[in-house]
Ligand binder design. Structure first.
Ligand code: HDC
Length: 279
């Protein structure tokens, strides 16, 4: 079993994360530690995994590995316990789930379980898929397994969305978001991003995942899990439009970049908590 990595956080980390996914100064429960409803957005559950040290190197798993060619492909997050603490000491255990050979790319899925360091209770479970351009053709299986909600692809209904939330990101969005744990230079260093094929450093997938997840929360309330595919890149400053459909107990959604009309999140879904209560 892989060794666990500690992640300790407090109200300052909570506020920084909330600001990183666009909380406004007027969103007091998200930016003011003395608010009686002080809380962290549930997508914070993806953050502790950044401290985890996987028991493998991507270099050893796919050929021709380059960190500049790595993109976040998909994300599944399950919140195993509500309410999410606003300060805690957690331990995250990483494991390799699967590797796919897409020809032009290698795809690697990592799973992480995050538990409370004191009680051992499970708080978050994540599956993170990375898409590594130029690292395929190693004779691997092109298709992944079926792990239920973690691998589900949600198809939006034909009808117009039941709700749409629009939000402009700021030019500084990635510069702030990175302080929550993902220091990948792709999001801040123009020379690094240029080698990766981008003129301007691109926004973290998990930042626009967080923003879309916030739109789902605002509209339909808390969810027990959320799954997205990163279908296209977002530049800091662009405007996101999250289109949502309520299908049974699931919010099916997709997110578009308004300026280009292209999808940045596709096939996404969030399974609402029983009762679907609003905040
Ligand atoms: O979809 C394209 C794209 O550009 N997506 C956006 C990527 C992005 O912006 N991600 C976020 C920013 S990068 C980031 O945040 C990095 C972060 O700092 C580090 C990661 C942290 C992980 C956390 C760990 C702790 C692209 C380029 C991904 C794919 O487009 P194409 O090359 O055109 O692929 P396509 O021809 O459509 O499909 C080929 C096969 O690949 C599958 N696929 C497509 N998109 C995928 C994907 N698989 C996983 N994730 C995706 N996003 C397709 O299904 C297809 O396979 P098959 O033929 O078997 O169906």
């Amino acid at each position: 079993k892989a060794q666990g990595s500690e992640f300790q956080y407090d109200e300052k980390d909570v506020i920084l994360y909330n600001l990183g996914i666009g909380a406004k100064r007027t969103d007091l429960p998200f930016v003011f530690e003395n608010d009686e409803n002080f809380q962290v957005y549930p997508t914070f559950g993806v953050i502790p995994q950044f401290n985890a040290v996987p028991p493998y190197n991507l270099d050893d798993i796919v050929p021709n590995f380059s960190p500049m060619m790595l993109l976040h492909g998909e994300q599944f997050l399950e919140i195993r316990k509500y309410p999410i603490p606003t300060e805690a000491k957690l331990i995250t255990y990483p494991k390799l789930i699967e590797v796919m050979d897409k020809g032009a790319a290698g795809v690697v899925v990592q799973g992480t379980t995050t538990v409370d360091a004191n009680t051992g209770e499970e708080i978050f479970y994540n599956e993170s898929t990375v898409f590594i351009r130029g690292s395929g053709k190693f004779g691997g299986n092109p298709k992944g397994g079926n792990r239920g909600a973690a691998t589900a692809v949600h198809k939006p209904p034909q009808r117009a969305p039941d709700a749409v939330v629009e939000e402009k990101t700021t030019e500084e969005q990635a510069a702030i978001y990175r302080l929550s744990g993902d220091r990948n230079p792709l999001h801040i260093d123009p020379e690094f991003s240029k080698v990766g094929g981008f003129e301007v450093p691109i926004l973290h997938g998990l930042c626009f995942f967080g923003i879309s997840g916030k739109h789902v929360l605002q509209t339909y309330g808390q969810y027990k899990n959320i799954k997205v595919r990163f279908a296209g890149t977002v530049l800091p400053g662009q405007t996101l439009q999250t289109e949502m459909w309520k299908v049974g107990n699931t919010v099916v959604f997709q997110t578009k970049v308004k300026e280009t009309g292209k999808l940045c999140i596709s096939g996404a879904g969030a399974e609402l908590l029983g009762g679907g209560s609003k905040l």
